[in-house]
Structure formats: structure tokens, C-alpha cells
Design a protein around this ligand. Sequence first.
Ligand SMILES: [Zn+2]
Length: 258
Amino acid sequence: MKLEKIDTLKLRPEHLTNVVVLTGSGISAESGIPTFRNADGYWSRYRAEDLATPEAFSESPQVVWEWYLARRHLIARANPSPGHFALVEMARLLPGQFTLITQNVDGMHQRAGHSKLLELHGNIFTNRCAVCARRHSDDTLNFQNLPPACPVCLGPVRPDVVWFGESLNIAVVEDAFTLARNASLFLAIGTSAVVHPAASLPLVASDNGALLIEVNPEATPISDDADIIFRYPAAQVLPSLFRRMRRVVSRNLLVQHV
Ligand SMILES: [Zn+2]
């Protein structure tokens, strides 16, 4: 059964025992952050696939860093969307029963108020030494000379994100699959669900009994498996979905106290 109107969504307390959310670039786009492939201005002459690679970094680390600093600047000027904020409210409503996984590297969920989440592709605002793999905060690095040098081993420091052709952090991926397997409700939001593991997490959750809800204006490869689909932007759906969840929680509390 597929529904497209939130008013008719029947949520039950057992759906909310372990809510797992996966977000992709769609929710960032709603904040006005251009997707990887939609850069404009100076950087439009480059393709993300040519800059976000280990090869590009070893050949032209300065250009790669300039591009990332420009993206950081764009992101810093944007604000979290109502979709981001609704997810924070869900996390507060369901302490210990809500986990957020994101494919986004822009840190917008943290800016909205999330302190704990799984970042599958890293974070554009963190730095890692390409040689010794130590992480360094911005204030310990000199960005006047790009790439910044590692304060420990003097190796080149890179953005702590997963580039094209690189593997994801295995521990993070395993955590994500464990979460998906144990989910009671899995929300796939604004993810095109074409790259691993985002493509398989919702299906693993569904195969293990989770209610699978997709929030995406576009159809995706997981749409056929979704129990419920909202073909709207996250900013439109998530605040209402949060209110539905809150009603279920408060009714359930009432029942328990009778
Ligand atoms: Zn180092």
C-alpha cells in the first residue's frame, strides 16, 4: 500500500521503537546548497568527479583545496531547512529510539542541533592528514599555504570526506547496516539511492520488517519497495510527520498511565 497524504498515515507505537533515518543531497538542496554536480560560477568549468578524487589531490592539491574552501563558504552561508529541524525534534521526541545516518558532508544536521549522527561520506569541515590519518581542527592548520601541512608529520592535510574511487569507512558502514536491520521505521529522505550503501540500507531495513517510508520529489530505485511514499520536499513532509509521531507518543503515554 502506498499513501501520499500524511493525514492518512497510520503510525503505531511499535513503529517508533527504533526509527532510523537516512538523508541524502535532496535535503541539503532545500537549504540552497547546490548539489555536487550543480556548481556555478568559476567552478562550473570543473567536474566534481575530476576534483573529488585522490588522484586530483596528489596532482593538484591546491586546486582541490580551493574548491573545497569555496564549497565550505557556500555551505556556511546557507541555513538548515525546516526538514533538518523536524529531524532534530524527532530525535528529542524519541531519545534512544532514533538514529540519523547521512550521505551529506555539509554538517547541516549538526547546525540544526543534532549532536550524534553517522556521516557515511565524512564531513567537509573536518581535516585529515593524507599520510598519518590524524584529524586536525582548522585552528591548528595554516590555510595560507595549500595544502595545509600536518602539524605532526608534515604530510599534506586533506578534507575528511570520501572521494570518488575511495571506500567508505568499514566501521561506519557496518554500524549503518546494523541500525537498518534493527529499524522499526526507516525513513529515506532526499537520497537518490543509487550508490552503496544508501541503495541497500532501506531494503535491508524493509527485509527485516521495518516500515519503509520514502520522502523524495523524485522516484528512486527504492520506490518500488517503499511501503509509503511522499513525493514532496522534506521541508513539507517532515514537520507534519513529526507532529504525527508526537501524537502517537503522547497517546501511548496516556494509555500506559490508565
Ligand atoms: Zn600527518
